[in-house]
Design a protein around this ligand. Structure first.
Ligand code: ADP
Ligand code: MG
Length: 244
């Protein structure tokens, strides 16, 4: 529970000449779920991209498994175990679930594809029932689960999820949250950005709150959930015990 999986040390990152995330420091612990909360435009997606390496790094260290990775290109980070599911749809809609899973194996040696697909499909029985369906014909929640599965094929130890429940029905949001918990139980460390703050806090161990690119608050999710400032800003001023 307390093993460090990722440490951000005063990370400043952004685009072109514009630092968006500023001097952001945080620790993620192995096998736990951390949710990253913040208003629209706060810099949440920018922070996930910085961890994966798809935007500009200005300064600070990103320490993953004891190694600084901030100078490595994204594919090297992926090889070391950083998985990223960006915001919005990122599957191949005109290809079947099976074909998408094969695409997800592209960075693995050919000899490992069959076993990887078997392993991940076993953890997501829903995918097997849709094996020959085009990904574009799955529901939004099923597509999100497929996208997580595609990244899990390469066995990341850290999974970055950007708004996995965005645009989904409450029932589907629940399914996605259950899937995230299931992934974390296998030992994968999860950092999830969520617009469903209440739901995300309920499944998370810890929470980071970002405002204008800076860390505003951090702590156990249960504590952040009851903080009056968080309740006011993100939970509509009241607090319920059940997930949305
Ligand atoms: N690709 C990009 N190029 C330039 N600026 C960007 C890009 N993506 C986001 N930004 C800017 O970075 C800021 C934070 O955006 P983002 O990280 O997407 O916020 P959040 O995910 O918290 O809603 C915004 O001001 C946005 O305009
Ligand atoms: Mg975003």
């Amino acid at each position: 529970m307390t093993d460090l999986a990722l440490e951000l040390v005063s990370v400043t990152a952004g685009y072109g000449d514009n630092p968006i995330v500023r001097e952001f420091s945080a620790r993620l612990y192995a096998g736990t779920i951390t949710t990253l909360i913040g208003g629209n435009g706060a810099g949440k997606s920018t922070l996930l991209r910085a961890i994966f390496g798809t935007n500009r790094h200005f300064s600070g260290q990103i320490v993953f498994k004891g190694e600084t990775i901030e100078q490595l290109p994204p594919w090297e980070r992926l090889k070391r175990g950083v998985g990223f599911v960006p915001q919005g749809r990122c599957n191949f809609p005109a290809m079947t679930v099976e074909e998408n899973m094969k695409m997800g194996c592209y960075t693995l040696p050919a000899g490992r594809h069959v076993a990887a697909i078997e392993r991940v499909a076993n953890s997501f029985p829903m995918l097997r029932t849709k094996w020959r369906t085009d990904a574009g014909n799955l529901s939004g929640g099923e597509q999100q689960i497929l996208e997580m599965a595609m990244v899990l094929l390469v066995e990341p130890t850290l999974l970055l999820l950007d708004e996995p429940s965005l645009g989904l029905s409450p029932k589907m949001q629940g399914d996605v949250f259950v899937t995230v918990q299931q992934v974390a139980r296998t030992g994968v460390t999860v950092l999830v950005v969520e617009q469903n703050v209440r739901g995300a806090l309920l499944i998370s161990d810890r929470a980071l709150v970002m405002e204008q690119g800076r860390l505003f608050m951090e702590g156990p999710a249960a504590e952040v959930r009851t903080d009056p400032r968080i309740r006011q800003a993100y939970l509509g001023g009241n607090i319920k015990q059940t997930a949305a």
